[in-house]
Design a binder for this molecule. Structure first.
Ligand code: GLU
Length: 277
């Protein structure tokens, strides 16, 4: 009997411990204003947006992440790679607190995660060899080999709307697609124009690749957070608005995406954050 009693006491202590942790925030970071370290998800291979270079990180997503994290009172940011297909899982399992990774806000994703923002608007496009004159838009992809990334809106759009025309090759990152394009094993890469422009501007692809320049979707980049964390969502939106007003948003964009020669659509950028549900 005493043994069972002890066991029951341990069990309730464990449960209590778990709920206390949940109140204080996730293992990836506390609530806004509580300070400490925050784990933030970004891409590691997208030049101009989220790129790991040695021990450092560069890109527009990285700059927005740093601004927001600091404004929310976190004293340290740890960046973790969040490939497209893993984003919802990494948020739900508390491995990252926020994701800034060319992460489009969609109704489908809102069933699993919530979003602050948007903080940028892009559109799906195509990247082809500089000499390619045959591919001028998605309707010209008949019989072509097209590469995109698993778990992205880009791959889904092709599956949903152009699947009977193209052979879709999916990798886990866009850099693998771009390598395949440069080596000639595929005909085109599809994802957001701003991502493609960043790759095309890389020194190793100079003069070899071009963005077609005819977008066929609307991609609104949000800050992915755990589903239902309205407090965090509101805090992020306040930070994003501040980032635009004090000029930091434009400065960050010019210093990153601007360097790839990409001109964002100023009619829709910077976008106004959505209301938090
Ligand atoms: N913005 C699109 C998406 O969220 C494509 C880029 C990406 O895969 O990160 O799926």
């Amino acid at each position: 009997m005493p043994f069972l009693k002890a066991l029951a006491a341990t069990a309730s202590a464990v449960v209590l411990g778990a709920s206390l942790t949940a109140c204080a925030g996730s293992p990836a970071g506390g609530d806004p204003g509580t300070g400490g370290k925050v784990i933030v998800g970004i891409k590691f291979d997208q030049p101009g947006l989220g790129l790991k270079e040695g021990d450092g990180y560069t890109g527009f997503d990285v700059e927005v992440a740093k601004y927001v994290a600091k404004d929310l009172g976190y004293t340290e940011v740890e960046f973790k790679e969040t490939p497209s297909a893993q984003r919802e899982t990494l948020l739900a399992s508390d491995q990252v607190k926020m994701i800034f990774a060319t992460y489009s806000i969609t109704d489908d994703r809102k069933k699993k995660v919530s979003f602050g923002g948007p903080y940028f608007q892009a559109g799906q496009d195509l990247l082809v060899a500089a000499a390619n004159t045959a591919i001028t838009g998605p309707e010209t992809l008949n019989g072509k080999k097209l590469c995109s990334v698993t778990g992205s809106t880009s791959a889904k759009k092709i599956q949903d709307q152009f699947a009977n025309q193209v052979q879709l090759q999916e990798y886990d990152t866009y850099s693998k697609c771009v390598d395949a394009l440069a080596s000639g094993s595929i005909d085109a890469v599809t994802t957001d124009n701003v991502i493609l422009a960043g790759f095309a501007a890389q020194a190793q692809y100079a003069g070899k690749l071009k963005v077609v320049g005819k977008t066929f979707s609307t991609e609104r980049y949000g800050v992915g957070i755990k589903m239902g964390d309205t407090k965090l969502c509101n805090a992020i939106n306040t930070s994003l608005a501040k980032m635009v007003t004090d000029g930091s948003w434009q400065k960050a964009l010019d210093a990153t995406v601007g360097k790839s020669g990409f001109t964002p659509d100023t009619a829709v950028n910077p976008p106004k954050p959505d209301a938090c549900a």
